[in-house]
Design a protein around this ligand. Structure first.
Ligand code: 5GP
Ligand code: MG
Length: 187
């Protein structure tokens, strides 16, 4: 039986480092909301694992909603962005916390932030598991972030390559031959 671990060239962030960072961000969020009610909007699929770990460390009342955004398909370079809104509950007048796996060009977050503000949200804040500032194409910084990465294509802890590797408990870089076998160039 083949193991996902064998496809990883190196681990960038261990599970322990990830959870320490999430504890820090969770505390900052509790301070930021300071008793105000808010909705965590988890951007699927990449942020499902981060969102689940994050909200369990925020011991105050909150609601949970989902949107789906995908721009990658089976490659490691961005393509068209597709967004689907699941029933998100009340938006008008709500404080929303948009949660994504990684802030890369910033296009996904920026589009969703605009969309929710247009739908009447009172406040839209952004929280990302990873920040890749070197690749930013729009003027947007995450209000809350766990860790920063260089310009590398990473997988694990929710982040995929061609739909796989989301279930790795750490963040790592794939062996080059995995990309080559899929006929793509790693960015
Ligand atoms: P943005 O709209 O900020 O360019 O792209 C954000 C999305 O691109 C992320 O939610 C993620 O799906 C994808 N992405 C960007 N960089 C990486 C990466 O290094 N690894 C993986 N697996 N996905 C990435
Ligand atoms: Mg994503």
């Amino acid at each position: 039986m083949s193991s996902l671990h064998a496809d990883i060239e190196r681990v960038l962030f261990s599970e322990e480092v990830i959870l320490q960072g999430i504890n820090r961000v969770a505390k900052a969020l509790v301070e930021h909301y300071d008793g105000r009610d808010f909705t965590v909007v988890s951007i699927l699929k990449g942020s499902c694992i981060f969102s689940a770990d994050l909200i369990r460390r925020i011991p105050v009342p909150l609601e949970l909603a989902f949107v789906s955004a995908s721009s990658y398909g089976d490659r490691t370079t961005a393509g068209e962005l597709e967004i689907s809104f699941f029933p998100t509950g009340e938006i008008e007048g709500r404080n929303l916390l948009l949660v994504d796996d990684i802030l890369d060009t910033g296009q996904t977050m920026s589009r969703l932030k605009t969309e929710f503000l247009e739908r009447g949200a009172a406040e839209v804040s952004t929280c990302v598991f990873l920040d890749k500032p070197s690749r930013r194409a729009v003027d947007l910084d995450a209000d809350f972030k766990v860790l920063e990465v260089d310009d590398l294509f990473v997988v694990g802890y929710g982040l995929d390559f061609a739909g796989r590797y989301r279930n790795l408990p750490y963040v790592g870089v794939l062996r080059p031959e995995i990309y080559q076998a899929a006929g793509v160039q790693a960015s």
